[in-house]
Design a protein around this ligand. Structure first.
Ligand SMILES: Nc1ncnc2c1ncn2[C@@H]1O[C@H](COP(=O)(O)OP(=O)(O)OP(=O)(O)O)[C@@H](O)[C@H]1O
Ligand SMILES: Nc1nc(=O)c2ncn([C@H]3C[C@H](O)[C@@H](CO)O3)c2[nH]1
Length: 324
């Protein structure tokens, strides 16, 4: 059922599958050593959100390698083979929660967190060498952006996109490279949501002016074109929930910087996600991105300790990653 969906390119419902979860969650690797800084690597062992409906949109993908399971890796010019997937969705929909669950269940995937703490701790780390002073936090750009979006949105998008780019350019962990399987990296958001969700939204809200928007788009396009395969995604997992549900979770989480966030803002971000990932009406500038398969997960279901539902969700994600 799932493979039919992945190939046919239609949004369809997937019936509940009953394969034993241990088949899917079976992992052929040892748990990876902690290679990244603590804010980048996700910790394991957390319960998560689930879903009841899965759909896969796959519009006429071009397969660069023959065979159903090996199209992802770009090895022209000797680049590393990697399958790159991003988790997209509204603020507080549950991306980190699902990401932790995925990392816990499948250590052969490298799940990479959104670099939020970098945005909260801008450091004076530009001076290198013996004269360099110890790095200290000089500002919280996330807070500045929320407090004065008119002044700081362009700066924020510049920095968030750079930090996401760095994240997406990191090579897979060594133990993944030495495996016979194609390494899988799963990112929380991407340089594409930076542009087609947040920066676009800030522009439409008037928090980024037309000059800033033109400059942002110019350097964003240049970077994507220059880095080519290294920043291409093979698939997107779209966590979908009503903005009201996200608002409840946001309030419950209580991140200090988000105190002033209103439902209206989440409504607007929801619409941006729908336009990009469901209606496909957002104007995109990269051919590969237009063809990307999107797995929709209903993230509105509340659960804390439902192991069965969690495994079901991981199994669906696993299948889709295998089929990209
Ligand atoms: N299915 C769920 N049911 C109930 N609460 C949930 C569910 N998923 C996540 N939460 C809770 O909602 C809050 C936000 O979740 P999480 O931090 O995973 O969101 P996020 O999408 O990563 O947020 P952000 O957009 O800020 O990166 C957390 O307090 C989390 O425990
Ligand atoms: N303006 C803006 N642009 C982005 O690219 C972006 N990415 C994430 N965020 C906000 C949402 C959460 O509060 C918090 C953590 O996801 O950071 C962003 N805000």
């Amino acid at each position: 059922m799932m493979s039919a969906i992945c190939r046919c390119g239609l949004l369809s419902r997937v019936s509940k599958l009953h394969t034993s979860s241990t088949q899917v969650l079976r992992c052929g690797y040892v748990v990876p050593p902690q290679r990244r800084t603590p804010d980048i690597r996700l910790r394991v062992g957390h319960s998560a959100v689930t879903q009841t409906t899965v759909s896969m949109a796959n519009k006429g993908r071009k397969r660069s390698v023959s065979g159903s399971r090996c199209l992802s890796s770009s090895t022209e010019n000797g680049a590393t083979r990697v399958k790159r997937v991003s988790i997209e969705g509204n603020i507080a929909v549950g991306k980190s929660t699902i990401a932790r669950l995925m990392q816990s269940a499948c250590p052969e995937w490298e799940v990479v967190a959104e670099p939020v703490s970098q945005w909260q701790h801008i450091e004076n780390g530009t001076l290198q060498g013996p004269d360099a002073s110890p790095q200290t936090t000089v500002s919280n750009l996330l807070q500045m952006m929320y407090q004065d979006p008119q002044r700081w949105s362009y700066t924020f998008q510049t920095f968030s996109c750079m930090s996401r780019l760095r994240t997406q350019l990191q090579p897979p962990q060594v133990h993944l490279l030495s495996s016979e399987r194609t390494p899988v990296q799963v990112y929380e958001r991407s340089i594409y949501s930076d542009r087609y969700i947040f920066a676009l939204n800030m522009f439409e809200l008037g928090c980024i002016n037309s000059t800033e928007w033109a400059v942002y788009q110019d350097w964003h396009s240049l970077l994507v074109e220059q880095f080519g395969h290294q920043v291409e995604l093979e698939g997107i997992i779209y966590l979908r929930a009503p903005p009201k549900k996200c608002m409840e979770r946001l309030e419950h989480r209580g991140r200090a910087e988000e105190k002033g966030v209103k439902l209206d803002y989440l409504d607007k971000l929801h619409v941006q996600h729908e336009k990009w990932l469901v209606e496909k009406s957002t104007e995109l500038h990269f051919e590969k991105l237009k063809q990307i398969p999107v797995l929709q997960l209903d993230a509105s279901v509340e659960f804390q300790s439902d192991q069965e539902v969690q495994e079901e969700m991981i199994r669906k994600v696993s299948l889709c990653i295998a089929l990209t």
